[in-house]
Design a protein around this ligand. Structure first.
Ligand code: ZN
Length: 424
């Protein structure tokens, strides 16, 4: 590798990490400085739903094509090239298990399939990706110019009420678990479902304690406010919301209220802001709800028409949405949430949890993960310091993650734990 031409090529590849076009209204000097901060920072994204299409659609991360139907250029947010442009070092692949499995069964099996799919991507693309399970791994990946594949389970029922299974998931590399998805289950209440457990049940509290002992982060996205508070009462380690925004900016049940933000500041945790415009912005949320009510009969008709052709249904649905546009808040709205959280609870609680490929559309100005530098630009434009920006992009998460590892490690030493550490 001493050939100067090869070295030059490597340098050129590194520089192209952030080759996005500048927003039309941007100040070129601020934009250049934003790109340079963005390039140096360690960026961790709390939530990406790409594992589901990897399994269900044979999605190809290298080409952004859907394999099963041989379709090119599907509008996914994630692929290897865009990872490079995004500057992301740590990406949490969501091991998302649908609440429907509470009726049909198969929750744990589904999680296993998605975990395998995540590993296989890292195995297929060893020059670009690596599996990571610790904060140190993420820092190492940055030095190696690779993207960490991290994994978080979404939907606590994936453990099928078994602490044995919880520990096995930890051994497989799961480093956070979102306690619910949208439905209440045996031991935790969801944000928009019936409160059957008055928050967390006794077993739910035991799950949280066991997660602390293992060093698996407890994720309060999707849970009821009572569960958020119960988790904060029980957890001895920092917690996260892997993909939730501020409720004071948009009063949506998926967002986190101010009193919880303040408690998270004391707990040392991180709220990773979701980019979905309907969570970010009241007007988008309202117009999207109205549209889905209005178009429901047409969507049902399409569902029948394309019963055996899910891809065809997706296309037809997309066309219908495009013919019925709504107001979509732009990427600057993300930074309104950052501003608010900083004001209410301090910069140390703020992180990013995009929800790429888990949401039907992104803020105006963003097509996929390649447009992440826009968030850095907007923070810089509003006067955030480089240190503050680096905290939001990844350092806050790394701090909370390392602390959770330390809490787990301490317990091992104090003899409360019985499991041998598997990764160090
Ligand atoms: Zn989610």
């Amino acid at each position: 590798m001493k050939n100067p031409i090869i070295l030059l090529l490597i340098a050129a590849t590194t520089v192209s990490i952030t080759a996005q076009t500048m927003p039309r209204d941007a100040d070129p000097r601020v934009w250049q400085r934003a790109l340079s901060i963005h390039r140096r920072a360690i960026i961790v994204d709390g939530h990406n739903d790409i594992p589901s299409p990897l399994v269900d659609d044979d999605f190809d991360l290298a080409t952004n094509n859907v394999g099963k139907n041989h379709r090119d250029g599907d509008p996914f947010h994630t692929d290897l090239n865009r990872f490079k442009q995004s500057g992301i070092t740590g990406e949490f692949f969501s091991i998302y298990v649908s609440g429907a499995t509470l009726k049909t069964g198969g929750a744990m099996r589904r999680a296993m399939d998605l975990i395998d799919a995540s590993y296989r991507e890292a195995e297929r693309h060893p020059r670009q990706l690596m599996m990571c399970t610790t904060a140190t791994d993420i820092r190492r990946a940055k030095r190696l110019n690779k993207v960490c594949v991290l994994m978080g389970i979404e939907g606590g029922y994936a453990i099928e009420n078994s602490l044995y299974a919880l520990r096995d998931f930890y051994r497989l590399g799961i480093r956070y678990m979102t306690l619910t998805h949208n439905v209440t289950h045996d031991w935790a209440d969801a944000h928009r479902d019936e409160a059957k457990n008055n928050g967390l049940s006794d077993f739910g509290k035991e799950v949280v304690r066991e997660m602390n002992r293992l060093g698996m982060l407890v994720d309060i996205s999707h849970v009821s406010v009572k569960v958020m508070n119960d988790v904060l009462d029980v957890s001895s380690a920092p917690i996260i919301a892997s993909h939730s925004s501020a409720r004071a900016i948009n009063d949506h049940t998926r967002n986190v209220p101010d009193d919880v933000l303040k408690r998270v500041a004391k707990n040392g945790g991180v709220i990773m802001i979701n980019f979905y415009p309907s969570f970010l912005d009241e007007r988008t949320s309202k117009e999207e709800n109205e549209r889905s009510t209005r178009l429901r009969p047409q969507i049902e008709a399409l569902r029948k028409q394309f019963e055996k052709d899910p891809q065809g249904f997706n296309d037809a649905e997309r066309k219908l949405m495009a013919a019925n546009p709504i107001y979509v808040a732009d990427y600057k709205r993300i930074v309104d949430h950052i501003d608010h959280m900083k004001k209410v609870a301090g910069i140390d609680i703020v992180g990013l949890g995009s929800d790429y490929d888990g949401v039907p559309f992104l803020p105006a100005g963003m097509n996929g993960m390649e447009d992440l530098p826009l968030v850095t630009y907007e923070m810089l434009r509003r006067g955030y310091t480089e240190q503050e920006i680096r905290k939001v992009l990844g350092e806050n998460f790394l701090r909370a993650f390392a602390k959770a590892e330390q809490v787990a490690g301490n317990r091992q030493v104090s003899g409360q734990g019985s499991l041998k550490r598997i990764d160090r």
